[in-house]
Design a protein around this ligand. Structure first.
Ligand SMILES: Nc1ncnc2c1ncn2[C@@H]1O[C@H](COP(=O)(O)OP(=O)(O)OP(=O)(O)O)[C@@H](O)[C@H]1O
Length: 269
């Protein structure tokens, strides 16, 4: 049974590609209002988990509940209603290259609502402003933006429908340390301002320490550990030990009396 505060409950999830089993009997809860960091080695199945939860991949077994509703056998109208309640940001923003930023953000609004055109325009501009992009970015095409601006544009589109849950797949990858820290701060600010729940797939230890309430570690096809990062970092799983005891983790944790030589992007010296 999932707790009352679980907006997503994954139970007994199995995913395999041929003989390769990626997930086996995987259970995970995402709690309302939290930022959950999902980490694991390369190929551990983080993206496949995200895709299974949002309905982009049918799991081979198990079930996913959104807001208490099993998503395994939904009618098209029920699926559409669930889809409307979350936003999704892929690594590169996944913007339509032939549309401006404004037009990209308008796409979900036009698809889901029958609103006057000028209102769609104004809502899209508001979402663009929320992500900290300058307003002149609205008229630009994705190719005219920096990587960080593209991510913000993708985030504006993910926020278009006022989602309750935001799924982010490695949002800080490819950003410089200052840009990555600013993006973390943006996510945290938006979570607080918009009462979002955030499912964050990341390799970025700085993000875990800076903004995540809990961390779930994928290893061996399951969630090998979950909890606050300062608890999970002491887990005995070999990958977790290697991850959290390496020099990058020491930097991400910031200075301490025992190890104060690390420099993280959150604590530039
Ligand atoms: N469509 C697919 N067909 C075959 N194998 C796939 C497919 N999608 C994912 N896989 C395999 O599933 C495994 C998990 O992939 P996934 O992308 O979820 O890993 P990840 O944890 O997100 O890795 P990374 O951190 O490198 O992005 C990988 O071995 C990958 O090759």
């Amino acid at each position: 049974m999932s707790g009352d505060d679980a907006v997503i409950a994954v139970r007994g999830l199995r995913n395999a590609f041929g003989a390769q089993v990626v997930h086996d009997a995987l259970d995970l809860d995402v709690r309302r209002g939290e930022i959950l960091g999902v980490i694991g080695g390369s190929g551990a199945g983080k993206s496949v988990l995200l895709r299974s939860i949002v309905g982009l991949k049918n799991p081979d077994a198990g079930r996913v509940q959104f807001f208490g509703q099993d998503t395994t056998h939904l009618r098209a109208d029920q699926r559409r209603e669930i889809d409307r309640r979350f936003g999704l940001l892929f690594q590169d923003g996944a913007l339509f290259s032939s549309l401006t930023v404004l037009e990209n953000v308008e796409v979900p609004l036009l698809e889901y609502f029958d609103l006057p055109r000028n209102l769609v325009h104004d809502i899209a501009l508001l979402k663009i402003a929320l992500t900290g992009l300058p307003l002149d970015a609205a008229a630009k095409y994705p190719a005219q933006l920096s990587g960080g601006m593209r991510k913000r544009a993708g985030l504006a589109r993910a926020l278009a429908l006022d989602p309750e849950i935001l799924f982010l797949d490695e949002p800080t990858s490819g950003l410089d340390p200052v840009g990555a820290a600013a993006f973390d701060e943006l996510i945290s600010t938006l979570r607080n301002a918009l009462n979002l729940t955030v499912f964050l797939v990341t390799h970025d230890l700085d993000s875990l320490y800076a903004i995540c309430d809990r961390v779930a570690v994928l290893s061996g096809g399951r969630v090998a550990a979950e909890g606050p990062v300062n608890v999970v970092e002491h887990h005995s799983d070999p990958w977790i030990r290697a991850c959290f005891q390496g020099p990058r983790a020491r930097g991400a944790r910031g200075p301490s009396p025992l190890h104060d030589s690390g420099v993280s992007r959150g604590n530039p010296s």
